[in-house]
Design a protein around this ligand. Structure first.
Ligand SMILES: Nc1nc2c(c(=O)[nH]1)N=C([C@H](O)[C@H](O)COP(=O)(O)OP(=O)(O)OP(=O)(O)O)CN2
Length: 181
């Protein structure tokens, strides 16, 4: 019973799926009070009917709100910092399990998305793959791969592909974070 409901809801969703939207494309403007989501696959609260999510006001965030989505990526890489002093431990080759958070802000499109997470992944993951299991110093632009320079490098690569400037956070370790916006 639950499975057939799910299939039916999936078909409904696919029928209503909008055309692909590029990042930075102007947001559509839903009318005030419009219902943006209705999914019969969602569980129902007893006696309360289907769950409708009703937009309480203009969903395009033109009233000063900032809506930002963030996706997190990880990769492992080696590096050394050639510009620190001779005795600094980070001058020696060593490795990190990096975490990168990529955030994009904007108005909502007709789907109610700033950008589909999957579209963001399609832009960012190939850039992350260029870094994974590499010595960062070998990559053009990362000859001195501090977290700060890595964050700037990532921002410029992702901005070129996305058409919008993301906020980047690079975690070299769970305690050390660089943020560029
Ligand atoms: N502002 C910055 N300072 C430092 C950077 C940097 O990119 N920007 N990088 C380093 C080194 O890469 C270093 O490896 C950082 O990690 P580390 O000090 O090793 O931190 P750990 O958590 O790994 O420390 P342990 O106590 O050795 O486990 C240094 N500074």
């Amino acid at each position: 019973m639950r499975r057939s409901k799910y299939r039916s809801a999936t078909r409904q969703y696919e029928d209503r799926r909008p055309a692909r939207i590029r990042p930075g494309q102007p947001a559509a403007k839903p009318s005030l009070g419009s219902t943006i989501f209705h999914d019969t696959a969602m569980p129902r609260a007893a006696g309360k009917g289907d769950w409708d999510v009703t937009v309480p006001h203009d969903a395009t965030a033109t009233d000063g709100q900032t809506i930002r989505i963030t996706a997190t990526y990880t990769f492992e890489a080696a590096h050394f910092l050639p510009k620190v002093h001779d005795g600094h431990k980070c001058r020696r080759l060593h490795g990190h399990n990096y975490r990168v958070d990529v955030s994009v802000a904007g108005g909502l499109d007709e789907r109610g998305f700033v950008l589909d997470y999957a579209e963001l992944d399609g832009i960012v993951q190939p850039v992350i793959d260029e870094l994974d299991h590499r010595c960062l110093n070998d990559i053009p632009g990362l000859e001195n791969p501090t977290s700060e320079i890595l964050a700037l490098w990532l921002r410029s690569r992702i901005a070129a592909k996305a058409g919008t400037k993301p906020m980047i956070r690079v975690w070299e370790t769970p305690r050390y974070l660089v943020e560029v916006s």
